[in-house]
Design a protein around this ligand. Structure first.
Ligand SMILES: [Zn+2]
Length: 125
């Protein structure tokens, strides 16, 4: 079950990201996908839908989810940078030290910019 974020929710999320220096591209749609949380993460990027990121949680968590969104946007950038390399680096063992490392750095930078501690480990996919 998926619902797009409303225009207001998109504005709020975009505002949080902007405060942290991250641009939410206009072509990216962001959808709510509450079940993501069941898999222990707050966000998801899927290469077969590269212009969409999914977030768990709800509208009351948008500030907290900004760093998760930034994490998933980083995966989108990685994919578009070079899809073949993205797939190669997705292999178990490589992913954690390449794709995930970069995405987690972005996530942490957003958390810090928004004045949050690094307690939230956010998403890992
Ligand atoms: Zn990730």
């Amino acid at each position: 079950m998926q619902n797009r974020l409303t225009e207001l929710e998109m504005e709020e999320l975009s505002g949080h990201l902007m405060r942290a220096g991250v641009q939410l591209p206009g072509c990216v749609s962001v959808v709510w996908e509450p079940r993501i949380i069941d898999s222990g993460t707050l966000g998801k990027f899927r290469w077969w839908r590269p212009d969409e990121i999914a977030l768990g949680g709800d509208a009351s968590m948008l500030e907290e989810l900004a760093s998760t969104a930034a994490h998933e946007l980083t995966h989108r950038t990685q994919f578009y940078r070079n899809p073949l390399i993205y797939f190669l680096l997705s292999m178990p063992g490589l992913r954690e030290i390449t794709l995930e490392r970069e995405a987690k750095e972005t996530e942490l930078a957003v958390d810090l910019a928004l004045g949050k501690s690094a307690l939230n480990d956010g998403s890992d996919t």
